[in-house]
Design a protein around this ligand. Sequence first.
Ligand SMILES: *Cc1c(COP(=O)(O)O)cnc(C)c1O
Length: 395
Amino acid sequence: MEKTVVPYGRQAVTDADINAVTEVLRSDYLTQGPAVPAFEQAVADYCGAAYAVATNSATSALHIACLALGLGEGDWLWTSPNSFVASANCGLYCGAQVDFVDIELETGNLSAEALAQQCEIAQREGRLPKVVIPVHFAGQSCDMAAIHALGQRYGFAIIEDASHALGGCYHDQRVGACRYSDITVFSFHPVKMITSGEGGMALTQDESLAQRMRCLMSHGITRDPSEMTGPVPGQWYYQQVALGFNYRLSDIHAALGLSQMARLSDYVERRNEWAAQYHDALQALPLLPLSPLSVKPERRSSYHLYVVRIVGADLEKRSDWFKQLRAQGIGVNVHYIPIPQQPYYQQQRATQERPSPDLPNMARYYREALTLPLFATMTQRQFDAVMTALSQLKG
Ligand SMILES: *Cc1c(COP(=O)(O)O)cnc(C)c1O
């Protein structure tokens, strides 16, 4: 492997983080102690949500979010093809079928316009989705007001996959406030905005959804007498009322996440500053056909990723530039391979004898997309190394 001078992303762990984790290790609780509810409260307060349920990953959170909304066999889940596979897999876990909605070329986000057209057709064919999962790509919120209006009209529930977007804003609210959705999910994997090692969280303003997710997150077991059937014989008593999972976050992980929350605003600030520098520096290289994703008015991206499109590129050109940059030690990446192109999803379609979905923007976007290195602790020297390598691209 070539030497990497600048990785595409990197977590930041401070002495304060290490102390917070050590404190848990010396305490009475490694799991189901006070750190998990403290972390949940911190994220809920930051985002302006009433309820938060911590899980061991965003993948787990997406799964229990779908189940809490009643997704099951015979139902459809729609999501963005421009995402990590977990955004779609949660539907299959529930026995539902999954379909994809095309994206906006200029933001990489699920297109509300394409969603409206697809709903119109699906209504005629009697296969409207039960759940739609917009993905806030690279940290910018989707057009949630428009997607919510379609949800009202066609009767689907909405889960925001905000794995990239902790710290982002939509209109005057933080992503996670669930103003235009039922549930919002965050990821705390090390490449994301803040990390707990592994971890995720589901936020909602709906008390009963929160209760259902909390129950499903821990074996489907409840200790709340109001959720039980029959008399409660004593304090030892609990009941399993649903088939749940062990998706709990440990206190060790939660302590790391909580400690990192203190720096989130600073990280969002710094990522936005680097994004602005990229923007200016790319404009100073007018011979390169590189077009950054645009951020729409009334939105603030968390800039989890800095993505440019090599306008007009085919797969060959993109992979050639990718190779040249990697050879210079620049940790470029590609987000994302279209989910419906994954062999597992192609097989699903083949067995159901469904044609491949028509996703022209996604197809073009995938040929052109290139993710440049961006992380909160990136240095000027690293930034300059990226720009130098870009200016030396050949062909
Ligand atoms: C990272 C990511 C996930 C999965 O998160 P985990 O915490 O690793 O399970 C889901 N969706 C998107 C868009 C992601 O980027």
